[in-house]
Design a protein around this ligand. Structure first.
Ligand code: HEM
Length: 130
């Protein structure tokens, strides 16, 4: 993956600030805030920062779980995913990212949807007895 998108976003400092602001927004958004009850936010911010930097082409070591495993017990809907991406878009805009750079970030994140969103039919059901 190329380094250029990471650089275009503004590198380490901008990604770190974007992640800080992203979670501040998420925690005050009733659609998604419930997902973060009892979650160690300091650790999550660190992992998200490393993951995002890596997804944008930065040379950053991510040592967390794979996304599917990490989100398996969170029950995330498409709507929650969309809200999260939209918060990140607003945050990057506020930090001065150009719209075409932000669009490219959205493309990278959209590719992760299937690993993050809980498949329909598995929420609150015991599939073994279905
Ligand atoms: C492209 C979108 C997303 C990315 C790249 C992402 C990335 C991550 C990463 C890297 C972790 C840490 C994994 C670990 O600690 O091993 C994580 C955990 C988590 N994410 Fe996401 N995430 C995304 C979307 C979402 C959404 C939409 C929600 C809910 C609204 C969410 C809620 C959580 C929660 C609650 C955890 C902590 C789970 C736990 O520790 O048990 N994530 N995410």
């Amino acid at each position: 993956m190329d380094q250029s998108l990471y650089a275009a976003v503004g590198g380490r400092d901008v990604v770190a600030e974007a992640v800080r602001r992203l979670y501040d927004r998420m925690l005050t958004d009733p659609v998604v805030a419930g997902a973060f009850v009892d979650v160690d936010l300091r650790r999550l911010r660190g992992h998200m920062q490393a993951f995002l930097a890596g997804s944008l082409g930065g040379e950053v070591e991510y040592d967390g779980r794979d996304l599917r495993t990490a989100h398996a017990s969170v029950h995330i809907t498409d709507d929650m995913f969309d809200r999260t991406v939209s918060h990140l878009v607003d945050t990057l805009g506020a930090l001065g990212c150009e719209p075409d750079v932000t669009d490219e970030v959205v493309v990278r994140l959209a590719a992760l949807r299937d690993q993050v969103v809980t498949p329909i039919g598995t929420v609150g059901r015991d599939l073994g007895n279905a």
